[in-house]
Design a protein around this ligand. Sequence first.
Ligand code: PLP
Length: 388
Amino acid sequence: MPSIFDEIIDRRNSGSAKWNYYDADVLPAWVADTDFRSPEPILKALHKAADHAVFGYHLDSKVLRETLVKRLADRYHWQVKTTDFMFTPNLVSVLNFVSKAFTAPGDEVLMTTPVYPPFISAPANSDRVATMVDMRVVQNGQEIRYEVDFDAFEAAITPRTKVFILCNPHNPVGRMWSQAELERLAAICLRHNILICADEIHCDLIMDGGQHIPMASLSPEIADRTITIMSPSKTFNVPALGLAFSVIQNEALRATLEKSMMGFMPHVGTFGYAGAEAAYAECQPWLDELLPYLRGNRDFLVAYVQEHFPQVRYTKPEATYLGWLDWNAMNLPAESPYKFFLEKARVALGDGIGFGEAGKGFTRVNYGTTRETLTEILERMRAAVESI
Ligand SMILES: Cc1ncc(COP(=O)(O)O)c(C=O)c1O
């Protein structure tokens, strides 16, 4: 039976960065947005907001605060108050403000690599230092799985290490961190008085039905030292609407962060609130349909790599819609696999080196698209490899 997610929507000339950044003959599998039509309740809410026809400044949403309190309690047994939230137009700006507000120039911000490129650039944007701790790769045949190297993580800490940015689930390696792993990371951070900034934007995109564990839900002590950031933008594919939310249970931390943003961080607009309210109140059935479709794409990608690229190592993402492929054994005839596939396959992938040195020779592939488009992306890549 066809899925609603099989619908091909022409996104060229739509203002879509994903589809219009490269030449028109290039198929995009780079930036993390999906090619799916937004859920009906979101469209309805946006139409209603547009039909109101007056676009003055928008008040912070009490409805959204209450919806989120219930959501976090229902999903994670995480009890937060309506006053614990902070709304911003995006998430990456918050990473940057956190990197700056709780450190001094020259201080160090810790992260496990390979990781989403804005983690790496955030400290440098404010003359702070990104301390990158490479994860350990565990291999089973072609499949690889990343694990935190706890000894290396603790050894990398210096008196100047002030913040750890956690990616949970982790982009690009697709790990959902277990309770034991999170507790161990938190214990190290608490021991060294390091603030945890948990980017949990991919928390709803769980492939095999497991349970996401928010770092701050583990204990009051951890919550007291954690700033969590989430967003409807990946889950419901609405990054253009402009709303992310932070959960900060420690009032003093929240006040410091809010102060650092004053006059710099824009307010969220009408469409951000309208979209997020509808997403979290009414779009669970849509998400329940999306996840098996994405899982099907992930399994298709894995099976394709096994069959056609036997020298390539791959992750089997537990979460996110982002695959991670290691081309190092193939010695592709180009400066990088990213360049090879852009030039020879006309496919734009994520360039592994942008995720840290540990990503050299890798590409990230966004499988949040129709099965048909994913198939064409992979067929083009296969033809390029076979043409060598
Ligand atoms: C881990 C992670 N954080 C943040 C973002 C982007 O968030 P925003 O667009 O709200 O800044 C992404 C997008 O790919 C991501 O993967």
